[in-house]
Design a protein around this ligand. Structure first.
Ligand SMILES: Nc1ncnc2c1ncn2[C@@H]1O[C@H](COP(=O)(O)OP(=O)(O)O)[C@@H](O)[C@H]1O
Ligand SMILES: [Mg+2]
Length: 236
């Protein structure tokens, strides 16, 4: 019989640690695998290591030990000339947004699409569609420096989503949002997921996934307590 092998995970970490001098062990011995099409929540208290983990997976920072394989790339083999190959496949919404303050909302989102040579008409349509979904249509021409933090947060999410990335990493994506805008962001995430995107969502806010049948990984003091699938108390 011609049995096909299962596809490899889209994110795999084996025994990954991150140290900061002189003596901070931000992550210790982290191993897990995420398959294509999964939505995984990464939770834990402030200081647990969530942001550090997102920064290692997105190659903003380099691990101290261990192996990371992301979107088919062995991250230890990427260098400054090949890193853009990874960046094309992942979208990242950073906890501190990393927007260009002196550019408009539309420009901040469009820039991520221009670098992969999308047609202007495609970019324009995608930017308008994302802004509408995230309740930001009126801010199209506003400089991001003039936005509230909740608005900036949604622009950073729109930018991360713009290219239909294979993997979307979101660090505390609803930290500055009210209930309505949280629901809009989550519905964008689920829409991307239905289109095949794999999502890793870091949040200290357990209400985002409580009551849902979701895979939740919990960090405490830089260690992974569980790579498990169900948040305790939920029904399959
Ligand atoms: N650049 C850095 N230098 C030194 N320590 C850091 C640095 N970044 C993070 N840390 C430490 O690593 C730990 C994990 O931080 P972080 O990943 O930001 O946690 P979380 O996102 O879960 O709140 C914390 O103790 C934090 O102080
Ligand atoms: Mg954080």
């Amino acid at each position: 019989m011609n049995q096909e092998l299962p596809p490899p995970p889209v994110i795999e970490l084996i025994k990954v640690s991150k140290f900061y001098p002189p003596d901070v062990e931000a992550l210790s011995d982290i191993s897990f695998a995420i398959d294509k099409g999964e939505i995984v929540y990464l939770t834990g208290m402030s200081g647990a290591g969530k942001t550090t983990l997102i920064r290692l997976i997105s190659r903003m920072e380099k691990e101290s030990q261990g192996m990371l394989d992301v979107a088919g790339f062995d991250l230890s083999k990427l260098n400054h000339r090949t890193i853009h190959l990874l960046r094309r496949k992942i979208g990242v919404a950073y906890q501190d947004f990393k927007l260009l303050p002196n550019r408009t909302v539309a420009d901040n989102i469009a820039i991520s699409m221009e670098v992969v040579y999308q047609k202007t008409s495609v970019i324009e349509a995608r930017v308008r569609n994302l802004l509408e979904q995230l309740n930001l249509s009126k801010k199209y021409d506003t400089l991001t420096a003039e936005l509230s933090s909740g608005e900036q947060q949604r622009v950073s999410i729109a930018r991360a989503a713009a290219n239909h990335p294979e993997i979307l990493l979101a660090d505390e994506p609803t930290g500055n949002l009210d209930a309505e805008n949280t629901a809009r962001v989550m519905s964008l995430f689920y829409q991307l997921n239905r289109q095949g995107c794999t999502l890793l969502i870091a949040t200290h806010d357990k209400s985002l996934f409580r009551g849902h049948n979701r895979r939740v990984m919990e960090l405490r003091g830089g260690r992974l307590l569980t790579t498990g699938h169900l948040f305790p108390g939920t029904q399959p």
